[in-house]
Design a protein around this ligand. Structure first.
Ligand code: AMP
Ligand code: MG
Length: 330
């Protein structure tokens, strides 16, 4: 891991070799720890599914939580999501800053399905931290960045904490000293009629309500890093088709979600086969998972046989997602 020290107030990095190297890391799909005003972000190109798979692998989270995409401006944000009047008013008031808005994702957004965990919505933020905005702008990429800490540990607010927790996973750590806000961004969902607070954070609820002229509905989804609670699947993408787990054969009429080089008996009669990874690689399978489920849904299949995926590393999060997709729905 390289380490690059900056003074976030100086903002004098444009055109330097160190800055260009950081941009090159992002464009190449490598992981970079980037300081923001809230906490350090474990950052990668949000349009690169393999890079996003590496974020999940580095965090070691046993499930796919959708990631926040960081962009340089409101204009850039509008290329990825649909803004209504409320979203524009909030962007005007609080961007750049520690506010994240969950908005309907645009069909032509380059943010990958894995970054949004397959959801039709996208979490967007224009951070106050100029280094993050400049890297997004210079790389021409939206930057996915959850807090830079391993799952279950507290969010990294110093370069030392990030190096200790994730150093072996990073191409580069940008060290700007302790982050000024120290708590995560406030997350607001604007995907329903009523604006909703999904996570309290750096901007207080009352300030947002004052600007919106209405009260925020309380969170529906589980707070970050909390254990899964039943009945909270509404925040997750579920395919329409019924999924059969650990399939060792394909039944007539089933589509196949394949993993690895050897297909099970009956595969030759499957209407549709979607491969997660012919080489049996978990990183590639994670990168393709949500697009694969979407493809299977679009094929019109009513039932899907899913081959077993090893429950190690990223396989844990893949299996978590498959189990949710297989769970009976009301
Ligand atoms: P962190 O990884 O700490 O930055 O937290 C990101 C938070 O944003 C998580 O709690 C996610 O569940 C939430 N989030 C990101 N995208 C979405 C989305 N499309 N819908 C709802 N919540 C989201
Ligand atoms: Mg976190």
């Amino acid at each position: 891991m390289r380490r690059w020290q900056i003074d976030p107030r100086e903002e004098n990095w444009l055109g330097t070799t160190a800055f260009e190297a950081a941009v090159a890391d992002l464009v190449a799909g490598r992981l970079v720890a980037i300081p923001t005003e809230t906490v350090y972000g474990l950052a990668a190109d949000a349009s690169n599914a393999l890079a996003c798979a590496d974020i999940y692998a580095a965090k070691g989270r046993p499930s796919f939580n959708p990631l926040i995409a960081h962009v340089e401006s409101v204009e850039a944000a509008e290329r990825h999501a649909l803004f209504d009047t409320r979203a524009r008013v909030l962007a005007d008031a609080f961007w750049p800053g520690p506010l994240t808005m969950v908005l309907p994702k645009r069909a032509d957004s380059t943010v990958c399905d894995l970054a949004t965990a397959g959801l039709p919505s996208l979490a967007l933020r224009v951070p106050a931290a100029a280094i993050m905005r400049d890297l997004a702008q210079a790389s021409g990429r939206p930057i996915a960045a959850p807090s830079a800490n391993r799952s279950g540990r507290i969010s990294g607010t110093t370069a030392e904490a990030v190096a200790g927790d994730l150093g072996d996973r990073l191409a580069l750590l940008i060290d700007a000293g302790p982050t000024p806000v120290g708590v995560e961004s406030t997350i607001i969902a604007l995907t329903d009629e009523r604006p909703r607070l999904l996570r309290p954070g750096g901007i207080e609820r009352q300030a947002i309500e004052a600007v919106l002229g209405e009260k925020l509905a309380p969170p529906l989804v589980r707070p970050d890093d909390a254990p899964d609670a039943p009945g909270m699947l509404s925040s997750h993408y579920a395919p329409r088709a019924a999924l059969r787990l650990d399939a060792t054969h394909v039944e007539p009429g089933e589509a196949l979600l394949a993993f690895g080089p050897e297909l099970p008996p009956g595969a030759d009669k499957a209407g549709t086969i979607v491969q997660l990874s012919v080489r049996g690689e978990l990183r590639e399978a994670a990168a393709r998972l949500f697009t694969a489920m979407r493809t299977l849904d679009a094929s019109g299949a009513d039932r899907i046989a899913a081959m077993p995926v090893p429950d190690t590393g990223l396989g844990e999060a893949i299996n978590d997602r498959l189990r949710r997709a297989a769970a009976p729905r009301p």
